[in-house]
Design a protein around this ligand. Sequence first.
Ligand code: PLP
Length: 425
Amino acid sequence: MKRETIAIHVGYDGDPTTKAVAVPIYQTIAFEFDSAEHGAALFNLEVEGNIYTRIGNPTNAVLEKRVAALEGGVEALSVSSGMAAIEYSIINIAEMGNSIVSIPQLYGATYTLFAHVFAKRGITTRFAESDHPEAVEKLIDENTRAVFCESVGNPAGNVADIEGLARVAHKHGVPLIVDNTIATPILLRPIEYGADVVVHSMTKFMGGHGTTLGGMIVDSGKFPWRDYPERYYMLNRPEIAYHGVVYVEHYGDSAYIARCRTVCQRNTGATLSPFNGFLLIQGVETLALRVERHVENARKVAEYLREHSLVDWVNYAGFPDNPLYSMAQRYLGCRRCSLLTFGVKGGFEAGTKCFNALRLFKRMVNMGDAKSLACHPASTTHRQLTAEEQAKVGVTPEMIRLSVGIEHIDDIIADLAQALDCAAQ
Ligand code: PLP
């Protein structure tokens, strides 16, 4: 199936009892066992089935199958937010004394999680000087458990060299984890370029309507965990936290997600609500159509801003003279993401004046909504970072980030025009 079809059909053939065509919301905590023996078989992982929604739920299972298929992975786990997805993707394979290596351009909370929260738990993050594979490779050592990048950086807009990063990660026997939130599998499928695990904030384009927090972890099923029995002992040795199961033996290619579900999620509980799972399924069904319009509108906005006399700079990977252009061309083809940043002439003051004058664009810290959204990263998403840290992740004081929505382009441009006029006065 093509992606447009996967997004609508995979994972659900209709409810056998009610014949419901839409995916039902299984708003239940627990599922009944036929007998004590059946319950024991479920707990022993001898038969498939539902036990308790913290571990898995049939509504969420449809979403998991759909996103796994969209990304070309073998298995997925839905969680309560994008941040939970990022955290689980790492703590599933790293612990105190280990490190991860990350490219520097990251979403603010991801940077904080890596730099400060993980650090307090004894997992060190080594941030590379740049997103070049050689800069990343220099920092990998025997304690490294994963390399991490965003396929398209928020808000820097850089497109990571996934193939190059996967090559250096694999050379040293560690997986590459890619946050594919901004690109979505409609524009880019990191697994096709060698990524081992893909994470998502489903909250953004996947859900698409600014209503629902959620996250997803997708496993390619390709990383050879068995080849590194000491490094990834948690997948290769009997798991004390789950009846001594050996994940690679019991689950084969699905070992990583199975442990994530039965150890990370079961015991810490960042579970997606089935109602949110249902809402995200609605979003995913129209993802391909929405992304097409987002991309088209963003191109027109970037072109408009670039020609405007009051705009100092526009960071949009679709301009051939942009340093991001060639990497974007390689990984996104002729399409570009609908997230772009620009600076108004006059620096911070003119920038905030323009930002405050927006009427159609909502001033907020979200993105990927059907509505056009604007954000001032230095005072919001990246506020917790020092000026030096902001510069490292690609944030400048005057920067305005736009998430261009799917309204009519004339209305979007009219709003920007009047806001820039206000900034000029
Ligand atoms: N990853 C990226 C690239 C993001 O932009 C965000 C949030 O903006 C997240 C992860 C975190 O997602 P959530 O808000 O669903 O926790």
